[in-house]
Design a protein around this ligand. Structure first.
Ligand code: FE2
Length: 177
């Protein structure tokens, strides 16, 4: 079940309805999707996409999303530190970023227009949609175990535009040294 941290106030919210309302005020959507398929640690991208095609395809067709890929990180994934660093720097995308967490856990950090920082710890079944140009970053630590399907409108949307703000460093260090 997702958990939300209001980082500056150090307040944690666990009630899903409250999390959903809070995020929706900023244009971020969170939903619960069915995610009960057993998947091996080293399951291929194709296997993972196929396991959830029954949920993904209708959503993608209806909303005009064209491409999906998979983040699959587990303890035997090579270069975990380098991979963490790639995700944990604040960036934006030119397209909406959608993630469906099908196993494990990961932290989605959001930098709001009002300068508040929110951290949503996402787990199996959490489905999140982040509007384009929203400042955010993602942290794999401390678990380094997550399977998430990413959905975009087109290939260019996958490219992160790094803000170089450095704000990520402060929060990543404070919450997962
Ligand atoms: Fe991103």
């Amino acid at each position: 079940m997702a958990k939300l941290l209001l980082a500056k106030e150090n307040i944690t919210v666990t009630d899903f309805k409250t999390i959903k309302n809070l995020l929706s005020q900023h244009g971020i959507k969170i939903e619960k999707w069915e995610a009960s398929k057993p998947l091996a640690d080293d399951a291929s991208q194709e296997t993972i996409l196929e396991a959830y095609a029954h949920e993904l395809k209708p959503f993608m067709d209806k909303n005009g999303y064209a491409v999906a890929d998979v983040i699959n990180v587990h303890p035997l994934t090579p270069n975990l530190t380098g991979l963490r660093e790639k995700f944990m720097k604040e960036h934006t995308h030119s397209e909406d970023e959608i993630r469906f967490f099908v196993d494990g856990v990961g932290k989605f950090w959001f930098h709001l227009d009002n300068e508040e920082i929110l951290c949503v710890t996402c787990e199996r079944g959490d489905f999140m949609s982040v509007p384009k140009n929203f400042r955010h970053w993602f942290d794999l630590a401390p678990e380094y175990f997550v399977k998430a399907i990413r959905i975009f409108s087109n290939m260019e949307g996958w490219v992160p535009n790094y803000t170089e703000s450095g704000i990520d460093n402060e929060y990543n260090k404070a919450h997962t040294p």
